[in-house]
Design a protein around this ligand. Sequence first.
Ligand code: PRP
Ligand code: URA
Length: 211
Amino acid sequence: MRVHVADHPLITHKLTVLRDEATPSSTFRALAEELVTLLAYEATRNVRVEEVTVQTPVALAKGLAISSPRPIVVPILRAGLGMLEGMVKLVPTAEVGFLGMVRNEETLQPTTYAERLPDDLSNRQCFVLDPMLATGGSLIAAIEYLFKRGAQDVTAICLIAAPEGLEAVKKATEGREVTIVIGALDEKLNEVGYIVPGLGDAGDRLYGTVD
Ligand code: PRP
Ligand code: URA
C-alpha cells in the first residue's frame, strides 16, 4: 500500500479552518470540495493515459488523454458526497458510482445500506472518496467491494486519517494495488473511535445530525 500525506501550507490552512468547530456547514462544504481538488492532483498521478495528437493553430502537438475504460469515482455516502464535486471538476470524464455505508457508533463496524456501481469493474481504476479514515473499517469494506468486482487498483482520498486506521487498511489489503492520499495524519483514535484532534463527525458537519 502506498500512502501519501499531503504536505502543503494551503492544504493545512484549509484543514485548520475545517477542523474549527466554529466553521459553519456552508464553509465546511466549500472547503471539503476545495481540499479534494488539491489532493486529487496527487491521487491521479498514475491515472492511465494514452498519447494523442491535436492540431494547434500552429502545428501538430503530442499530448495525453485519459484512456478507456474511464476511471470510476466512488464517494462513500454520506460524508464522501461532500468531496464528489471537487473530484469530478478535476476529472470530468470519470464515471461515478455510489456506496452508502454507516458505522455503528457502538461496535464501530460498518454496514452497507446502498450500492450503485457497475457489476464489472475489470481493468477499472477506482477513486474512493471519504473524508475520515478512523478505524479503517468503512474503507476496508469499500476496497474489498471494488476488488471483488474486478477493480485493477484503488486509490482512496481522505481528508484526515488516524494511524490505527491506516495500519488496519494496510494489513487488510496486503498484496493489492492500493494508494491512500490524505490531507493530514492525526495523532490517534479516542475511546469512542473518533479521530483526535480530527474535526468531529464529518457527515454531521456537512449535512447536520440524523438520528
Ligand atoms: C464516517 C466517515 C467514514 C467512517 C469512518 O461515516 O465518513 O465513512 O465514519 O470511520 P471508520 O474508519 O471507523 O469506519 P459515518 O459512518 O459516520 O456515516 P455518515 O457519512 O453517514 O455520517
Ligand atoms: N467518523 C467521523 O466522521 N469522524 C471521526 O472522527 C471518526 C469517524
